[in-house]
Write a protein that binds this ligand. Structure first.
Ligand SMILES: Cc1cc2nc3c(=O)[nH]c(=O)nc-3n(C[C@H](O)[C@H](O)[C@H](O)COP(=O)(O)OP(=O)(O)OC[C@H]3O[C@@H](n4cnc5c(N)ncnc54)[C@H](O)[C@@H]3O)c2cc1C
Length: 413
């Protein structure tokens, strides 16, 4: 079978790229070894996070670094066996996290983040997925007054600089807004602009359904079978060999499956994280809540209350560890009224991360017809549709609506 474009990877990024290309008249095959939205895009916290303009940098406060060094925290857990493989990456991440460079990253990411909710809204309406999408933003809760005061001041700067809407809540106002939260927080910030998705996997599958309805072809296959044969690319699928002149690598944390054998040295690493669903025992939260100082999220989902953990530094394919989820669960259980566990085992996900905190979107410099769309870090659910639009604009010769230079693959040399 012959297509115009083969998109490898049916997470939120690949599905969005495929849909936008199909919309622009390309004949597109979307290939995954699993069903759409069954990996990282399935298990995240569900935030379309239009208030996170400044990316999550490497912490620079001495107290935080000492806490991480002891490896006892809930927000970061590291497996010492992974440190040699991560050392260079972490060094670059540290360098990119200086206040000046972080401000540059925020400036580059701003136009994508700003457009994120609007791009989802279009697809949600077209796919009839309104039942999964919730207004109301999310709540960032704090345990220590000094931390709350510092973050409230930073929030005011975000209101001023980026026009974001945020309401400070003291402990009483927080309890009034979310009666399901127990005592433990001194106050919170309620960010109003973001949306939340109560089943991110179903959202991705819904977008993939829309892709098929508009004439797209969804196939099962292994991206490792990609071959260049003259001017065309071929991939083996369950429907036989398919070919196209252009191919998009949207394999999230597995994108190195394709770019490494082709000789690209892009520093992509997986920051791992877990989730578990719980039966609520009291009043259910109306919006997701982040226990900021402990570094986990509790999100009301269709499947129950979903606890998602912070970052685990471990080799991508190492066996799951129970440590981080158990630590967070112990803290959250009474605070958020978490009843029995609803999943047999914790879900393990891998955030596809670049050390400069920007995704890789654009033409591969050394291979004709090869395009990259991966590395969306902590915000791939947020950025999937806007990435799809930008990539499709580039591939069809239209002028992308933002400057794409900060995202070009060759920035890593
Ligand atoms: C705990 C946690 C919480 C998060 N919370 C949020 C949040 O609230 N908001 C937000 O915006 N982001 C969040 N994220 C990040 C977000 O989930 C990711 O950035 C995003 O899902 C990445 O999407 P993707 O399409 O690039 O990758 P994926 O969804 O992983 O898709 C990659 C696809 O490639 C396929 N694949 C891999 N190898 C092959 C192969 N050899 N052949 C064929 N197919 C292959 C996989 O099956 C998969 O379907 C969170 C992540 C985690 C782990």
């Amino acid at each position: 079978m012959d297509f115009d474009v083969i998109v490898l990877g049916a997470g939120i990024v690949g599905v969005s790229c495929a849909l936008h290309l199909q919309d622009r008249g390309r004949r597109v095959a979307l290939v995954d070894r699993r069903g759409p939205g069954e990996e990282t895009s399935f298990g995240n916290a569900g935030l379309i996070e239009s208030s996170s303009i400044v990316p999550y940098g490497f912490p620079r406060r001495l107290g935080t670094l000492l806490r991480y060094a002891r490896n006892q925290s809930t927000d970061l857990y590291w497996d010492y066996r992974a440190l040699p493989a991560f050392a260079g990456w972490l060094g670059r991440f540290w360098w990119e996290s200086s206040p000046k460079r972080l401000a540059m990253a925020a400036r580059d990411m701003l136009p994508l983040i700003r457009q994120s909710v609007a791009e989802h809204d279009v697809l949600i309406a077209r796919a009839g997925l309104e039942r999964l999408s919730h207004d109301g933003g999310w709540i960032e809760a704090f345990r220590t007054p000094s931390e709350l005061d510092g973050q409230a001041a930073a929030a005011q700067a975000a209101v001023r600089d980026y026009g974001l809407r945020v309401t400070p809540l003291d402990a009483t106002a927080l309890r009034a807004k979310e009666p399901g939260i127990g005592a433990g927080f001194c106050g919170a910030l309620h960010w109003h602009d973001p949306k939340s998705i109560s089943d991110p996997g179903a959202l991705t599958k819904g977008y993939a359904g829309l892709f098929e309805q508009t004439g797209g072809t969804l196939l099962t296959g292994d991206a490792a079978t990609l071959r260049a044969q003259g001017e065309v690319w071929t991939v083996q699928t369950s429907a036989g060999e398919i070919s196209a002149k252009e191919v998009v690598v949207a394999l999230g944390p597995w994108s190195d499956t394709v770019f490494e054998p082709l000789g690209y040295r892009i520093p992509l690493r997986a920051k791992r994280g877990y989730h578990m669903h719980y039966r609520p025992t009291g009043t259910v939260l109306s919006v997701p809540v982040v226990d900021t100082e402990k570094g986990y999220v509790i999100a009301p989902m269709q499947a129950g209350l979903r606890l998602t953990t912070g970052v685990e530094i471990a080799n991508r394919d190492a066996a799951p560890s129970p440590v981080q989820l158990e630590r967070a669960e112990r803290i959250a259980k009474t605070l958020f009224g978490l009843g029995e566990r609803l999943d047999e085992t914790p879900w393990l996900g891998r955030r596809p991360c670049t050390p400069d905190m920007r995704p890789v979107i654009g033409r591969a410099p050394r291979h004709r017809g090869l395009w990259f769309a991966f590395g969306h870090n902590h915000h791939g659910l947020t950025l999937g549709p806007v990435t799809g639009r930008l990539l499709a604009e580039m591939m069809t010769g239209a002028e992308p609506f933002i400057d794409m230079r900060p995202f070009r693959p060759e920035r890593f040399g």
